[in-house]
Design a protein around this ligand. Structure first.
Ligand code: ADE
Ligand code: ZN
Length: 326
């Protein structure tokens, strides 16, 4: 079996996917036209050409601009259905989708519009593709903790439909400690908790996410490699890392995929998973992330199988329900 078919056939979970980051330029333009929204670019080609990023912030500026095309419930539904079709083709059996309500509520879109469209797609993905899914509300860390509390307030009537919370957006200068009270409240509400840490920020942010936010997974976490004591802890505690190799190259966390530390993390015994982050912007969905990383780092098939298995074990699906995939 060729490598691509081998990877596709591995049952896998995607645990780090920003649904707004799956907005392909073609859909962005179609939605903008339908909704009468003016985008900062003239064409699909000009949009793609603008995807040359120097760091996380240079990406986020475009990502928030593109999200302005999303207005109605059906837009969020179409966006997520397009993602699920791609995920299904890549052998994804379970997906935990991040969404950024503040990106939309700040523009006057109702919280329920976003949630209703995404949830309807999650239900349809189950019947059409047999993919199970969960929604994880991400707080934007460049905003204040009080703004996060206001968003949590809007989420309260819908907690049965939201599985967990995360922390994303500009990492540097916005440490996890800024959100200690908010995450404590979310944990009290019974929500799962994760956070982006150690993507661009220092290893100390990973430690804060673990100790202060008490997260169950670290999103990215690649800068843990700079701190041997933290590496030992992550291996000992088997804290899952949702690593996104193509994202890390596009955002210049590593210069080239051959220099990525995913294999080092895996061989140090950390519970590493492979994910796509914002696939419409970073040049590949989860299957492409597996494939390009396998080639660049010379991963064995046993390692690829381990990565896929890790993703299922690191998911928020209760252990008793995972057996059909393992
Ligand atoms: N929002 C969308 N993608 C992100 C990333 N890679 N890091 C932080 N915030 C994000
Ligand atoms: Zn991310």
């Amino acid at each position: 079996m060729d490598l691509e078919s081998y990877i596709r056939a591995l049952p896998k979970a995607e645990l780090h996917l920003h649904i707004e980051g799956s907005l392909e330029p073609e859909m962005m333009f179609a939605l903008a036209q339908r909704n009468g929204v003016t985008l900062p670019w003239d064409s699909v080609e000009a949009t793609r050409a603008a995807y040359a990023f120097s760091d996380l912030q240079s990406f986020l500026d475009l990502y928030y601009a593109g999200a302005a095309a999303l207005i109605h419930e059906r837009d969020f539904h179409e966006l997520a259905m397009a993602y699920f079709a791609r995920a299904h083709a890549d052998g994804v059996v379970h997906a935990e989708l991040f969404f950024d309500p503040q990106t939309h509520t700040e523009r006057g879109i109702a919280f329920e519009t976003v949630l209703d469209g995404l949830e309807r797609a999650c239900q349809e993905a189950q019947t059409r593709y047999g993919i199970s899914s969960r929604l994880i509300l991400c707080f934007l860390r460049h905003l204040s903790e009080d703004e996060g509390f206001a968003t949590l307030e809007q989420a309260l009537p819908h907690l049965g439909r939201i599985h967990g919370v995360g922390l994303d957006s500009s990492e540097k200068g916005h440490p996890p400690s800024k959100f200690t009270r908010l995450f404590a409240r979310c944990r009290d509400l019974g929500l799962h908790v994760v956070a982006h840490a150690g993507e661009e920020g220092p290893p100390a942010y990973i430690v804060e996410a673990l100790d202060l936010l008490q997260v169950e997974r670290i999103d990215h976490g690649v800068r843990a490699a700079e701190d041997p004591a933290l590496m030992a802890r992550l291996a000992r505690e088997q804290v899952p890392l949702t690593v996104c190799p193509l994202s890390n190259i596009k955002l210049c966390v590593f210069d080239r995929l051959e220099q990525h530390n995913l294999r080092q993390l895996l061989e140090a015994g950390l519970k590493v998973t492979i994910n796509s982050d914002d696939p419409a912007y970073f040049g590949g969905y989860v299957g492409q992330n597996y494939l390009e990383t396998a080639i660049a780092l010379g991963l064995s098939r046993a390692q690829l199988k381990q990565l896929a298995r890790n993703s299922l074990e690191a998911s928020f699906v209760p252990e008793a329900l995972r057996s059909p995939w393992l």
